[in-house]
Design a protein around this ligand. Structure first.
Ligand SMILES: Nc1ncnc2c1ncn2[C@@H]1O[C@H](COP(=O)(O)OP(=O)(O)O)[C@@H](O)[C@H]1O
Length: 193
């Protein structure tokens, strides 16, 4: 499947605003793929489909997680997390993409996870820094993304966790685990330098 075919499918499932966001994520993700040496075609498809399930019925998605997904950990952390794992499922079963690397890029784009692959990191970061994003701190992350992928992701995680905590919202445990892992790796590499 090429970019145009994928975009045509996605467009039918999104609002204009979300579709514009998606185009921003695709451009940003491809740029990051070239910068950090990831597979351009796979990154591009994961970016195109990352929000495929954004507007699906929440109750339908909860049922899907309960009945079909082996990982049920997103239940109980707010409805906003559902679209990522459910999106991966729908993209596999409705669109027919079976590449697990691409599906994992969709699955983990909101929360991150420890041991993210390069593709997963790129989609996660591109979702945060695409040109349509205006939130406080995004410019600092864009600068970090020019040179160090992990540093940029640590900053996204710090911002997101602080944002959620300020509002007394739940923080998905794997997001904290991702932060802890990247900080630990960074300390190790600082010591060995
Ligand atoms: N790691 C997380 N743990 C818990 N909730 C989260 C996490 N990340 C995001 N959320 C919740 O999901 C909402 C939407 O997140 P996201 O899909 O990244 O945003 P957007 O709709 O801007 O693409 C956030 O506003 C927040 O309420």
């Amino acid at each position: 499947m090429n970019r145009e075919q994928a975009l045509a499918i996605v467009k039918l499932n999104l609002t204009d605003h979300r579709y514009t966001h998606t185009l921003g994520v695709v451009d940003t993700a491809v740029e990051l793929a070239d910068r950090f040496g990831a597979n351009r075609e796979k990154v591009e498809l994961a970016a195109v489909f990352h929000d495929y399930a954004k507007f699906r019925d929440k109750e339908e998605m909860k049922r899907l997680v309960e009945e079909k997904l082996s990982d049920k950990s997103c239940l109980g952390f707010g409805d906003e997390l559902l679209h990522a794992p459910c999106g991966a499922y729908f993209v596999e079963h409705e669109v027919g993409l079976t590449d697990q690397e691409i599906l994992n890029g969709i699955r983990y784009h909101t929360t991150g996870r420890p041991d993210m692959t390069l593709l997963e990191k790129i989609v996660f970061l591109a979702d945060y820094i695409e040109p349509g994003r205006k939130f406080k701190g995004v410019e600092d992350v864009r600068k970090l993304a020019k040179k160090d992928l992990d540093e940029a992701i640590i900053q996204v995680l710090e911002n997101t966790i602080a944002f959620l905590m300020k509002r007394r919202q739940l923080v998905f445990p794997d997001t904290l685990a991702t932060y802890n892992q990247l900080i630990t790796n960074k300390r190790r590499s600082d010591i060995s330098e």
